[in-house]
Ligand binder design. Structure first.
Ligand SMILES: [Zn+2]
Length: 331
């Protein structure tokens, strides 16, 4: 049995884990700086340092490692070539079209398996409930600055023809997604009214605050820069602020409408919601999941679809990557 190491490369840090085929052997957050803004060379040095740190931490030798799993913000191809513009939060033009998987594989002299970060979190969430080989299907929505998706079918990640499967944030919402209101929304991808244009931090900033704030003329968020105001909405919702609650209720309508499409397409065994957007109190999360659940129009036979929060949110990417490396080895 070969061991795998998972490396989750984010805009600021690289989070690492080790998987021995049964258990994850890193329980706390073990991270090193990512240095993405300095470009690929500096960052690859950090990825190699993270790999060495993992060996050290786990007490493994290089020979015991069968493969390395890597995840980064997308979009990227199935083989780990980053999109044309490079990930939005990497802040350096030389990432555009860069083959990060191939470059790391060459550097480490070990097979490297690649997923985008939402897919990696989705694979871990699926595994955490159904185990590694279960014949089950799940849909994950990872809500952060944008919205990333992940579909696991029959226990395996669906990556698609070119790696763009489950880009669910850019799936259009049906025109009647909100039961009462018509909210104009534009996504960074150029589309009107897709899921990310409502259910993401960017959606709050660009579409939901401009729509709802004028309806609350005395609201304390008036006058703040849009980015800053958007980041305060969740905290306000936790304190019971009516406008902030309405914004999150609006997101639950969009997510529910999207999930109705997914339920008809896949009839999944579970749905997972994760990402920074749900890093909040238990009470907030429970209300958010309840809101989604009660807004879904189920066919009578399909009632009772479990909707969970992605467990171990900040470690899910590295863990999913390590799992994917093992699945790839077994092919
Ligand atoms: Zn979009």
């Amino acid at each position: 049995m070969a061991f795998t190491i998972g490396l989750d490369l984010g805009g600021n840090t690289i989070n690492l884990t080790g998987y021995d085929g049964e258990r994850f052997l890193v329980q706390e957050m073990v991270e090193i700086p990512a240095r993405v803004t300095e470009g690929p060379d500096a960052c690859l040095g950090q990825l190699e340092a993270a790999f060495e740190k993992a060996l050290d931490y786990l007490g493994w030798t290089r020979d015991q490692v069968g493969a390395v799993g890597l995840d980064t913000p997308g979009p990227a191809t199935a083989t780990g070539v980053l999109c044309h513009e490079g990930p939005a939060n990497f802040g350096n033009p030389s990432w555009g079209g860069f083959d990060i998987r191939g470059a790391l594989e060459e550097r480490l002299g070990l097979p490297v398996a690649y997923l985008n970060d939402a897919n990696a979190a989705a694979l871990y969430a699926h595994w955490s409930v159904f185990g590694p080989d279960a014949d089950k299907t799940s849909v994950s929505l990872i809500i952060g600055t944008g919205l990333g998706g992940g579909i696991v079918a029959g226990g395996r990640m669906v990556v698609g023809r070119v790696g763009f499967a489950a880009e669910l944030g850019h799936a259009k919402l049906p025109c009647d997604w909100h039961p009462e209101l018509s909210i104009p929304a534009l996504c960074n991808c150029g589309q009107k009214s897709d899921l990310e244009s409502i259910a993401s931090l960017t959606g709050i900033e660009k579409n939901l605050l401009p729509f709802f704030l004028p309806r609350y003329p005395d609201h304390p968020l008036h006058g703040l820069p849009a980015k800053e105001a958007a980041k305060k909405v969740r905290g306000l919702a936790e304190e019971g602020d009516p406008m902030a609650l309405e914004i999150f209720r609006t997101q639950t309508y969009a997510i529910a409408a999207h999930l109705e499409l997914m339920i008809n397409a896949l009839d999944p065994d579970a749905v997972f919601i994760g990402g920074g957007g749900v890093e909040a109190s238990e009470a907030f999360r429970a209300r958010y999941l309840d809101g989604i659940q009660s807004a879904i129009h189920y066919r009578e036979d399909q009632r009772g679809l479990p909707i969970h929060i992605v467990p171990d949110g900040d470690r899910a990417g590295a863990r999913g990557s390590a799992l994917y490396a093992l699945q790839t080895l077994r092919l």
